[in-house]
Design a protein around this ligand. Structure first.
Ligand code: UCC
Ligand code: FAD
Length: 588
């Protein structure tokens, strides 16, 4: 018996080594690039006050919110169609942690801060930084917050009409009892990208000036929200509607009445999703929903585009912050896990892998901050024309590029934990699942690439001129710094290649730019991020790592659109070859 007791593995004895789990530290204090960005850009008084709040909030995330976020993942919402007595109730049941997140969002002013404008043009950036800290621990409550922020932005851009004053106050309230969240119902069964073709919802005018909506919304996230913005086609007196984008108008509606009953809505089912399982996403039948038209007739898409700008920036927050989170956990783990005679962090190949992830995450962070900075300027009437053009361009670029980065970096991040990265109860797989949606909702990569073209065409090229001017300005200081000369000259060359491409593109036929759209958007992203790296590294307070990052970033193909064009990827025969390749041996 004594012999058996000495054995390390026997019956109840399962061995005595247990790997320490990676610790989540204060994500504000431990984020060197965030700290240095704020130190560089914020006026000292603003920096002091904002840092106190962000440091406190960073600790609240560790002490309280991260556990709540995990709880949201473990207790996903469900739908009760009927009550015990057979009445149709369509109740979406969410867990207490999800409800608590709504209170926290109000208390912390996660939407409000952007509209109070306490720090003038820096208010928006500071709000975005707070969201950047919150999002990975939010149990995806960041999703309703994105739409809430977007709805507030639309209402503000409409001049806060009387009928929407209360809604605006609620969306931007810090009072948990008053705070409202909003949905964004755009997608119908026929199309989420092609909204103009896909929207079948009709709006029937009522005698009191309101409308009743009839339709089927195919994806509605955070359907437990208080209100929503949605699109529909107004019927004329003969019951006729106008097809296409010119027939779409924007509507405001409250999801439930004062008694908590649904406003002419039936929740058909909750979606069975790969990720974002914390968020109730439903299919809804609109069967005479009482709504207000809040855009002029036929201006629905243009009016909701203000919401798209905000939600796409929130998407960038989610992408950049998820990369940061997985890297911070992986670097913690690397300092605890011992293999082949040393800690993983002492294996140079592992550090190289992590450094590459770090460069990607920093690039995404800079692009996010630049977009937030420009938005802040625009919202306080301090943006120059160049700033406004850049904001229009960088919003889809940041969304499409960082979404793709996030999936790749987080996938690599899971591998950094070995098999543990694949284990559900570590919470790590959920980060990857949740990241996959970032490339799909709020416009897929291709749709946003086409939006980049839309912004260029609509401004008759001014958006592109703003891009070149701003990129050039950012490279000015670095050209005289020896440690940055290689990175700077690579970026200048990439800018030349891009200019060359755009000049040639102007002479090519229809369809050429459409085919080049994705590579074009990637080129803009890669070059601009490179300029932001170099610009930061040229600052007097920059570190050796900042210079190293600029160098690492700039050694990739910065202008893939030029490379692909040179090898004939956008020629007309490429179109038929692409199709032939994809459908080889298929009966279609
Ligand atoms: O997915 C969704 C919610 C998910 C949950 C929330 C997550 C938030 C992130 C959270 C992170 C934690 S809601 C569904 C999102 N759906 C989309 O993003 C739709 C994707 N499709 C597009 O973006 C298309 O390009 C459309 C729908 C915009 C195309 O529509 P049209 O009607 O064919 O487009 P037009 O005719 O080109 O544009 C109509 C007008 C024009 O203005 P005018 O008439 O003045 O010339 C355009 O310039 O709308 C204007 N416009 C824009 N303006 C179109 N897009 C924009 C834009 N992005 N910015 C400014
Ligand atoms: P499609 O438009 O059918 O696209 C299919 C493919 O075709 C895509 O790869 C796309 O890139 C490509 N494609 C389409 N057009 C072109 C083109 N012209 N050129 C090149 N490629 C093209 N919507 C809401 O309105 N509200 C919500 O709250 C909401 N929540 C969502 C939550 C989740 C979890 C998900 C997954 C989606 C949600 N959506 C929501 C819907 C989402 O916005 C759409 O799924 C998305 O916009 C894509 O539309 P679709 O599904 O119709 O795809």
């Amino acid at each position: 018996v004594l012999e058996e007791m000495k054995m390390p593995f026997s019956r109840a004895l399962i061995g005595n080594f247990f790997q320490d789990q990676p610790r989540l530290g204060n994500q504000f204090l431990e984020d060197s690039i965030l700290q240095s960005y704020l130190r560089r850009h914020l006026p000292p008084v603003v920096l002091k006050e904002a840092s106190q709040d962000l440091g406190r909030f960073g600790q609240r995330i560790v002490d309280e919110l991260d556990t709540l976020g995990r709880e949201c993942e473990l207790s996903p919402p469900h739908l009760e169609h009927y009550d015990a007595w057979g009445r149709r109730v369509d109740r979406i049941i969410t867990c207490p942690a999800w409800k608590k997140m709504k209170e926290v969002s109000a208390e912390e002013g996660l939407v409000a801060a952007a509209y109070e404008r306490k720090f003038s043009s820096w208010s928006r950036l500071i709000q975005i930084v707070k969201l950047y800290l919150y999002t990975p621990s939010s149990g995806y409550f960041s999703c309703p917050l994105a739409m809430t922020d977007g709805a507030a932005k639309v209402i503000e851009s409409l001049g806060r009409p009387d009928a929407l004053q209360d809604a605006f106050r609620n969306l931007t309230s810090r009072d948990p009892k008053r705070f409202w969240t909003s949905g964004q119902w755009m997608t119908e069964r026929k199309g989420g990208s092609d909204v103009a073709y896909g929207t079948e919802t009709v709006a029937r005018a009522q005698a009191d000036g309101t409308y009743k909506l009839y339709g089927y919304k195919w994806f509605t996230s955070a359907t437990d929200s208080d209100m929503t913005l949605t699109l529909g086609r107004v019927e004329d007196a003969q019951g006729q509607i106008i097809p296409g984008t010119k027939g779409l108008s924007l509507f405001y509606l409250e999801v439930r009445n004062a008694k908590g009953q649904l406003n002419g809505i039936e929740v058909q089912r909750l979606k069975d999703k790969l990720g974002t399982k914390q968020v109730p996403t439903a299919e809804l039948l609109l069967d005479g929903v009482k709504a207000l038209r809040i855009s002029p007739e036929g201006r629905g898409v243009a009016s909701i585009s203000n919401m798209l700008t905000i939600t796409r920036i929130h998407n960038t927050v989610a992408a950049a912050s998820a990369m940061r989170r997985v890297i911070n956990l992986a670097r913690e783990y690397a300092s605890k896990r011992f293999v082949f005679g040393s800690l993983i962090k002492d294996h140079p190949l592992h550090m190289q892998t992590m450094a590459r992830m770090e460069v990607q995450a920093r690039g995404a962070f800079f692009l996010l901050m630049e977009t937030a900075r420009l938005l802040g300027l625009e919202e306080t009437n301090m943006a120059t024309e160049q700033d406004q053009h850049l904001l229009r361009l960088l919003t889809p670029i940041a969304k499409l590029y960082t979404g793709k980065q996030a999936v790749a970096v987080i996938s690599e991040g899971l591998e950094c934990f070995g098999g543990q990265g694949y284990m559900e109860d570590t919470g790590l797989p959920a980060i990857l699942r949740d990241a996959q949606v970032l490339t799909i909702w709020e416009g897929t990569t291709n749709i946003l690439s086409l939006d980049v073209l839309r912004s260029v065409m609509k401004s008759q090229g001014q958006v592109l001129s703003a891009f070149f001017a701003s990129a050039q300005e950012k490279l000015e200081a670095s050209s005289t710094i020896p440690t940055l000369s290689k990175s700077t000259s690579r970026l200048l060359q990439a800018l030349e290649n891009l200019k060359d491409f755009t000049q040639k593109a102007g002479m090519r036929g229809n369809g050429f730019m459409e085919l080049a759209a994705r590579d074009f958007a990637y080129s803009l992203a890669k070059i601009y991020i490179g300029c932001l790296f170099v610009d930061h590294a040229a600052w007097a307070g920059a570190t050796e790592s900042d210079v190293y990052c600029a160098e690492r970033w700039s050694e990739q193909d910065l202008c893939p659109v030029h490379t692909a064009e040179s090898s004939g990827c956008y020629n007309t025969d490429a179109v038929s070859m692409d199709r032939q390749l994809v459908y080889e041996n298929s009966p279609l």
